[in-house]
Design a protein around this ligand. Structure first.
Ligand SMILES: [Zn+2]
Ligand SMILES: [Zn+2]
Length: 485
């Protein structure tokens, strides 16, 4: 059975203008008739469910900002229920049964659509509708939640397409990956930025099993179960190591049907003004990280990122840039790249009652990266509390996981666990709001001395260190000018 992957940008009916591109990649501001693009993350409000631009997310135009905490969370709950209700109404209008049956000629199926939003089957941020065929084959229709955090329609479609390409590639090497089937008639694309669009869904094989807790040792599982899970997880990664690509990016299918690593699909590092709108693909780890860091520095200089605290965030990214430039582990040479799950905190792993793995799911946002990063510890093995300290000590579960690799004759993958915290630290600092504890953890993971300074002390240290940097001087000047106006 084949999957059909469509690309919005390759569609003959799609003629992208600059304003289309903005609407593809950003929600349009939902304040009255404003047509500005909304600010990713900071402009998405859970309380009113709106996406707001730089101007309209301020206190003056956005009353949610002054709500007391209790009222704020009441509003978040009410909005979430409304969004789920709207998704349920939209799902009822979809022609799911016919579209699923088209993939299996000669078979009929039923879709179990819940009567109430509380009965939705959930998997992470996705809603699942069970589809059962007359011969007992079971699928799920996977519907990304249409809430305030959902990407705009076309970006969502790009993410889904890349996830399906990734799963197709992985299926050849690893068991445990479900097959995906794209509806042969795609949901309508209104190509407009406002309101809930028709859900952009696809079908997946139903895999038995329950998701692991996040992290995997945080649940009620006994040690035998965890041992089984760690053993199967190590085998899975060994199989994953047989699939490689020559560059860093997100997997896409070219018009000729070839699977390649294309630009890195990301909201943080998106540039709607220049094709291909996302950074990359990159040939080396150093080029990848510098590309992302330089994007952030440019965005701050242009007043498009970290508007509340541009100087401190610019300084932090200058320091991260310097650590990447100097770190011996980042070379300029082209590296072989491997697939990395982008949300590997534990619930992507499905297990049976004994802890044996039955599936690895949720491949949205997966990307290709260096061996060192792709086989660094999944978050599933890391104590989340330790991430918010500057410690990079390995957990007991990481040590056990390294032993599993050694048992499988792969000490090279065990070494990736040993040196892997560096990537977690980069992930938590590049493009993220300045946090001194995270920066201290990054310095430690990069093999630099911790500074041991408080925030003010660090800022002074960094201002002195980078005082001649032209971009920094521009940012400081802009802050000074806006304070005077
Ligand atoms: Zn709001
Ligand atoms: Zn606006």
């Amino acid at each position: 059975m084949s999957t059909r992957v469509t690309s919005v940008r390759n569609s003959p009916s799609f003629k992208a203008t600059p304003s289309h591109i903005l609407k593809m990649l950003y929600w349009q501001c939902q304040y009255n008739d404003c047509t500005n693009p909304s600010v990713p993350d900071n402009g998405d409000c859970g309380a009113c469910g709106k996406h707001l631009c730089k101007q309209h997310l301020t206190d003056e135009f956005h009353p949610c900002r002054s709500l007391e905490e209790e009222k704020f969370w009441e509003a978040v709950n009410a909005t979430s229920k409304n969004e789920l209700q709207a998704t349920l109404e939209a799902v009822r209008k979809l022609n799911m049964i016919d579209l699923a049956s088209q993939h299996r000629p000669g078979h009929t199926c039923i879709a179990t659509i819940p009567n109430d939003i509380d009965d939705f089957l959930r998997g992470g941020i996705n809603l699942h509708i069970p589809i059962t065929f007359d011969d007992g084959v079971k699928w799920l229709a996977r519907i990304p939640q249409q809430n305030f955090k959902a990407p705009p329609y076309h970006l969502g479609q790009m993410i889904t397409e890349s996830a399906i390409v990734t799963m197709d590639v992985l299926k050849g090497a690893c068991a445990l990956i479900p097959s995906a089937y794209v509806p042969l008639v795609l949901p309508k694309s209104p190509c407009e930025g406002k309101g809930v669009n028709e859900p952009n869904y696809h079908f997946l094989d139903y895999l038995a099993g329950s998701p692991c807790p996040c992290p995997i040792f945080d649940g009620v599982e006994n040690q035998d179960m965890i041992s089984n899970t760690l053993r199967d997880l190590a085998k899975f990664y060994v199989n994953l190591s047989s699939v490689s690509f020559p560059s860093f990016g997100s997997l896409i299918k070219t018009p000729t049907g070839e699977t390649v690593a294309g630009p890195l699909i990301s909201t943080t590092f998106c540039n709607p003004h220049r094709e291909p709108y996302f950074p990359g693909p990159f040939r080396s780890a150093k080029a990848r990280w510098l590309g992302c860091i330089d994007h952030v520095l440019n965005e701050i200089e242009e007043g498009k990122a970290f508007q509340m605290d541009p100087v401190r965030n610019y300084l932090a990214h200058l320091e991260i840039r310097e650590t990447v430039m100097e770190c011996e582990r980042f070379g300029d040479k082209q590296e072989e790249c491997y697939i990395k799950h982008a949300d590997d905190k534990g619930d992507q792993i499905l297990v049976d009652a004994e802890g044996n793995i039955t599936g690895i799911i949720d491949w949205d946002w997966a990307y290709t990266t260096s061996k060192a990063e792709a086989f660094a510890s999944p978050l599933a093995l890391i104590d989340p509390d330790s991430v918010f300290t500057s410690s990079n000590d390995l957990t007991a579960y990481e040590e056990r996981f390294m032993q599993e690799y050694i048992n499988l004759g792969r000490p090279d993958l065990a070494d990736c666990i040993k040196g892997g915290r560096l990537y977690l630290r980069l992930d938590f600092t590049v493009g993220k709001e300045f946090d001194e504890v995270m920066m201290e953890g990054l310095r430690d993971a990069m093999g630099r001395d911790k500074l041991g300074l408080d925030v003010e002390g660090w800022e002074q240290w960094a201002r002195d260190r980078y005082r001649d940097h032209k971009g920094l001087r521009r940012v400081i000047r802009a802050v000074r000018n806006s304070a005077q106006n």
